[in-house]
Design a protein around this ligand. Structure first.
Ligand code: FEO
Length: 406
């Protein structure tokens, strides 16, 4: 166990390390482990705790708290995020400091009741422009939802110029030296974390940056990995660059067709749909055989495409794995404003097309056209229908209004 660390005047790091964890949230690899960061602010009139830690590490967290104050000095607890890696010690903390009022975002209320395992917690909801004053310290709250849960928020300690950013600007990277200017090179972990946690919420990242950018930020006290005190603006700029949308090539919107094919029937459909999209001068159409596309390429193509059309035959009543791989990659991109469509040739019942269509709809893609299904070998007329499907899809991507099937 390490001691609490003073990170600024009256501000302490009371987080813990999880050095041996190698997979986080099922999908993330954590070669360097991670940390669950939490903070404590001391004032003349009492103490503020900012976030807690994963439950299994709570005794270390409490030892750090006890090294700095008694529980009856704790006036407030600020919970920027209620995921269990940060709220795990909250139920016990509220038992030990029952007088402490908890500050959360409005969206966090139902979650707090469930996580806190109590109806007796004293809490107040806060948002941008609300502030907490205690002694000589002023904590301004910032509404930063969806980063990466609906209830997430940030705060800014005015006198110390510290941004408490929640999961934003985190890294799954444990290093006992704690600060970004002392630890090893964690750039890979910072980008990997962004890609897996923040990338699907780029619009919300840009909204948060609009709140952060006017602030004088001397330090970013995040919830995972190194605390950032060396050139914080570098990390704001990286988030801005990665989150700024570029869904146009040469001033044109992109529509991408992904397909797999057994007997070239679905491929023929794909080609006719491609021609239909290309008939619209203000679009660029891409076409990809999924069996030869790496996952990292799938993600970047999905991201740059405003329209995404997926084609597959039905094999054993199902969608083949390369298509499921593409569909699962979609959890890592922002779907807002994107259009989806599906097609495929089939031999018997043809379930694949409906499965893909239903996946796109459940991910909240706008699906303007019914899926295009053709039994076995497409005729010339059917290929013309595919061409029309592509043309019509392109028109909608380009702004033509029509009733969505969603
Ligand atoms: Fe680090 Fe979203 O919890």
């Amino acid at each position: 166990m390490s001691d609490a660390i003073k990170i600024s005047q009256d501000v302490y790091y009371i987080g813990v390390s999880d050095a041996d964890i190698r997979t986080f949230d099922i999908i993330m690899k954590t070669a360097n482990g991670t940390t669950y960061n939490a903070y404590l602010i001391k004032t003349e009139e009492g103490v503020i705790i900012l976030d807690t830690v994963k439950e299994e590490f709570q005794e270390e967290f409490f030892e750090k708290v006890e090294s700095l104050c008694s529980y009856d000095e704790i006036k407030y607890i600020v919970m920027h995020h209620l995921e269990p890696d940060h709220s795990g010690a909250l139920p016990e903390l509220t038992k030990r400091a029952p007088q402490a009022k908890i500050f959360i975002s409005p969206m966090a209320q139902p979650m707090l009741k469930s996580i806190g395992k109590s109806d007796n917690m004293v809490f107040e909801t806060v948002w941008t422009n609300k502030e907490l004053k205690l002694g000589s310290k002023t904590l301004k709250f910032l509404s930063t939802p969806n980063l990466h849960w609906p209830e997430t928020m940030s705060s800014y300690l005015v006198e110390n110029q510290i941004l408490f950013s929640g999961d934003v600007f985190g890294s799954h990277y444990y290093d006992s030296r704690v600060f970004d200017d002392l630890v090893g090179d964690f750039d890979y972990a910072f980008k990997y974390y962004y890609d897996h946690i923040m990338r699907p919420f780029k619009t919300d990242v840009l909204n948060a940056l609009r709140l952060y950018e006017p602030l004088a930020i001397d330090m970013i006290a995040n919830l995972h990995g190194p605390i950032i005190r060396n050139n914080p603006s570098k990390y704001l700029n990286l988030y801005k660059k990665w989150s700024s949308k570029d869904e146009k090539l040469h001033g044109k919107k992109v529509v991408s067709i992904f397909y797999v094919t057994s007997y070239k029937n679905t491929k023929e459909m794909a080609q006719s749909i491609f021609d239909g999209i290309e008939s619209n001068d203000s679009l660029i159409a891409n076409i990809y055989d999924l069996t030869a596309l790496d996952e990292s390429n799938m993600i970047s193509i999905l991201e740059e495409s405003t329209g995404i059309i997926v084609g597959s035959p039905t094999i054993n009543g199902d969608v083949p794995k390369p298509v499921w791989d593409l569909l699962s990659c979609m959890m890592l991109i922002e779907k807002r404003g994107k259009f989806g469509g599906c097609f495929g040739s089939y031999g018997w019942s043809g379930e694949a097309v409906e499965m893909m269509n239903s996946r796109l709809k459940s991910l909240k893609f706008r699906v303007p056209l019914p899926p295009m299904k053709i039994k076995l070998i497409p005729t010339k007329e059917e290929l013309l229908d595919c061409y029309d499907f592509g043309h019509e899809f392109g028109e909608v991507v380009n702004g033509k209004m029509m009733e969505m099937t969603l």
